[in-house]
Structure formats: structure tokens, C-alpha cells
Design a protein around this ligand. Structure first.
Ligand code: CU
Length: 127
């Protein structure tokens, strides 16, 4: 093998090594997320809605997949809340106002209106 061929082969090897190095160290483009992520990092896989109408939650029981964001909308003229049975009732929703919660854990979650405790609803979260 003559020197010219060796030099050409060496040059090709160097070019290939540089190309590989550039490809390896190029910043990778961020792939578009397939799921919506909130500012708190919670992942929303779906959305669902519950209406508050005629002094009741409708549907009274809603079954959703884990990671679903549920939005309640008060369609009554009187104010309501969407509150845990025990604990901080949270904000009061006037007519037309909404409240959204993301359910990240599997389970059955009862809730009520803190102003009208007979108004009871359930969120059932499945895998
Ligand atoms: Cu109420």
C-alpha cells in the first residue's frame, strides 16, 4: 500500500470521527410532550366536567382515568363549593364560576358542597 492511499484512509477516518463526535455532542431537540403538563408538573391525560345544577352535582358519580383534570361549573344562581368532606372547603363558586382538580391517585373520593352538605358527589379514579 502506498503512502497516498494511507493518507487518504487516515483522512477519511478523521472526518468520520469528527462527524460522529458532532452528532453525539449536538444538543438533542426536545421532543414534543404527548401529554399536557401543568405548571406544578402534574400530568393531565384527559379532561372531564361536572355540572352543578339544581342543587346537585351532575353526574353525581364520575369515573375517570388517573391523571384526569375534572372541571366543575356552577350553573345554579346560588353559590356552591366543591369540597372535601373533611378539611378546608376551598373557594366558593358563584354562578358561572369553575373549579378544576387533577386526580393523580386511584380511589373513590367523596366530596360535597360545604354550603349545602346534602349535595354529595363522588370521583372514582381508575388506572
Ligand atoms: Cu351548594
Amino acid at each position: 500500500m502506498n503512502k497516498k492511499v494511507l493518507v487518504i484512509i487516515a483522512a477519511i477516518v478523521v472526518v468520520v470521527l469528527i462527524a460522529v463526535g458532532v452528532l453525539v455532542f449536538l444538543p438533542k431537540k426536545a421532543s414534543a410532550p404527548s401529554k399536557t403538563t401543568t405548571s406544578t408538573g402534574a400530568v393531565i391525560v384527559a379532561t372531564a366536567s361536572v355540572n352543578i345544577k339544581d342543587m346537585a352535582f351532575s353526574p353525581a358519580t364520575i369515573t375517570v382515568k388517573k391523571g384526569t383534570k375534572i372541571t366543575w361549573t356552577n350553573q345554579d344562581s346560588v353559590s356552591h363549593t366543591v369540597s372535601p368532606i373533611v378539611g378546608d372547603p376551598g373557594e366558593t363558586l358563584a354562578n358561572g364560576k369553575t373549579k378544576s382538580l387533577i386526580f393523580a391517585q386511584v380511589g373513590k373520593f367523596p366530596y360535597h358542597c360545604n354550603l349545602h352538605p346534602e349535595m354529595i358527589g363522588y370521583v372514582v379514579v381508575t388506572e
